[in-house]
Design a protein around this ligand. Structure first.
Ligand SMILES: Cc1cc2nc3c(=O)[nH]c(=O)nc-3n(C[C@H](O)[C@H](O)[C@H](O)COP(=O)(O)O)c2cc1C
Length: 250
């Protein structure tokens, strides 16, 4: 069931047989799962239409489990990453590693290709990921100011001045740990709160406060997703950012 959560994205519905039914006619060649995998039969169904399955791991243990369950490519998501953490075997943030530490350990632990994610924002970062054994990189934060992105105005304004405040991993906006720029909600309710309703219900809990603050032009209760390295986050077309980062992969 997808609760309203409109403020946090188009849908938070889990991947069920009904969703697979809906997607199968389009047979997307790549399907990427986060927060762990759906039931084994559903993973097999996706692979059955020829899709390559990608999935995020935030620890070596998660990577091993994903490989054992047939994932074709593992995304090693370091703690620097903006937005939601793909962690699914643990809720303990102490298990979470930076990209530099995580990628080589996952590369050594699995046989499938590994994609590095978290803190990569330019060609040098991409080259570093390759040197650590990653075959590719996944980038989020650097694209958030692109004209193609649906990032909302208050979030854009905060990202444009991202260097002025720290980021933190918080569960107060959705119920799951995610990294964003610190604002009043994170400072006063979190960053990690045992009172946060389970994912994705916390988004509905904070929605009235968020809406009231936003009406006054304040981002105090808005999720301002951002990774630890916003240096590549620029208001230029996504192709430009992609070309610049990809230069480090050759
Ligand atoms: C706005 C935003 C939302 C995100 N939402 C999710 C999500 O729902 N689930 C997830 O596994 N990762 C999510 N991520 C993390 C990305 O998949 C990726 O791992 C991360 O952006 C890479 O690190 P970087 O932000 O430093 O480039 C999100 C990232 C951003 C920037």
């Amino acid at each position: 069931v997808a609760p309203s959560s409109a403020a946090d994205g188009p849908s938070r519905a889990p991947f069920t047989a009904e969703i697979a039914e809906l997607i199968e006619p389009f047979a997307p060649p790549v399907v990427s799962f986060h927060f762990g995998l759906p039931a084994p039969a559903l993973v097999q169904r996706v692979k059955g239409w020829g899709a390559k399955v990608l999935s995020s791991a935030t620890t070596v243990e998660e990577a091993r489990q994903l490989e054992a369950r047939g994932v074709d490519v593992i995304i090693a998501q370091g703690l620097e990453a903006g937005g939601h953490r793909g962690m699914f075997l643990t809720e303990d943030l102490d298990t979470q590693l930076g990209t530099l530490a995580l990628v080589p350990q996952i590369v050594a632990a699995v046989r499938v290709p590994v994609v590095a994610a978290g803190g990569i924002a330019d060609a040098a970062g991409a080259a570093a990921a390759r040197a650590l054994g990653a075959v590719a990189v996944q980038v989020g934060t650097a694209y958030l100011l692109c004209p193609e992105a649906t990032t909302r105005p208050l979030h854009r304004a905060a990202l444009a001045r991202a260097a002025e405040r720290p980021t933190a991993v918080t569960n107060v906006f959705s119920g799951r740990p995610a990294r964003g720029l610190v604002n009043r909600a994170i400072a006063e309710l979190g960053p990690m709160s045992p009172l946060a309703p389970p994912f994705p219900l916390a988004a509905d809990g904070v929605a009235p406060l968020r809406a009231a603050a936003e009406r006054q032009g304040s981002d105090a209760f808005t999720s301002l997703w951002c990774g630890q390295n916003p240096s590549g986050c620029k208001a230029v077309p996504a192709a430009e950012i992609t070309r610049a980062i990809a230069a480090g992969l050759v």
